[in-house]
Design a protein around this ligand. Sequence first.
Ligand code: BES
Ligand code: MN
Ligand code: ZN
Length: 415
Amino acid sequence: KYDRNNHNNAIAAAIARLNETRAGDALCALPASAPKGLDLYLAVRDTVTTALDKSYRYERTKSEKKPPNSLKRLYLWIADEEGTSLAKQALRHGQAIAQGVALAKELGDLPGNICTPAYLADQALALAKVFPALRVKILEEADMAKLGMGALLSVSSGSRQPAKLIVMEYRGGKKGVKPVVLVGKGLTFDAGGISLKPGPDMDLMKYDMCGGASVLGALRAALELKLPLNLIGVVPASENLPDGDANKPGDIVTSLSGQTIEILNTDAEGRLILCDSLTYCERFAPAAVIDIATLTGACAIALGRFPSGLFTADEELAAEILAAGDRSGDRAWRLPLWEEYQSLLDSNFADMANIGTREGGAITAACFLSRYTKKYPWAHLDIAGTAWLSGKEKGGTGRPVALLVQFLLARSGEA
Ligand code: BES
Ligand code: MN
Ligand code: ZN
């Protein structure tokens, strides 16, 4: 069946083969015969993003560098002249998305001893060097303490790497127009803390900063495309390790919102660094906040690795995000955020516990975050199942950069 997936698989296979030859140029006529449901714009954009994604290679920590990709130039053949300007727009969008995806993949793939909270902060500053329209502010632990971010700081106190709160502002829209805010979990290594994770596959927890990486990737694309909108990225970056100063089960901390939290499991740390970041977002009077996090193994159990989990009480925002997922091919699937689940977070000693029951774990995690997002339209994407691949294909996916950029394109009237 010649559908969108198989179209992209064909492009990917062709690029892989071409890179094994000595061909420097290739001509691709596939977008011209794209399958039903793929308009010319999407056929070109998918071809561009797939081809560039296939050319991504992780090399940073390999001593033997592979020879560079032989394929240097890919020409796309468009059947009719009228399609040219649309195809050029698709090319531009596709290249920007692919660069954002590559940035997110590389940050994910880097090991925890290189990609630390400070490294992520430096990456944000480096992005601002390339794109002067980006303003970056790094909040240090002392700044966070002054604000009262007791939940976030309780996580980083178990680690020797100081936490960073990375705040990135791009004001590409009209003055006074409320910004979209993207908040990404930047947990650069999650050992679980005192509630230590089991050993097998623990290395994968270097990917626990992929939400933060996707915020950097989406911002990069927005800057590249000079999208006419106001956009803010917030990335709380920390490690979660079992030190003498680490959170202990039963500890109670006070969040920036004033609400107290009983930490029954120190491995449910993502919500602790996110809740203070989400409260911090109130100062931006956001049009919408989307947080992106590798938040729960339960989400990956529920949905598998194809869709990201979407949680929101806002019907319009839900429709917008699901549509952006469908159009970009980087899909999400909505899960409930009903009131009934909230009581699972009850605590005898604090305003709430940081975990619910094992059942519905992705939902109670989202319920926890919902208690910090009452002041603006908000949605949560759990990317635990989609941010990386394991096994032989182990590596970051760069998701959900494509979904986020599609959302931003639509919001700025460029889609
Ligand atoms: N980063 C993990 C979530 C995760 C686990 C993502 C495995 C992908 C694969 C998160 O910090 C975590 O440890 N969550 C716990 C929550 C639990 C203690 C309520 C989980 O999912 O087990
Ligand atoms: Mn954890
Ligand atoms: Zn985590």
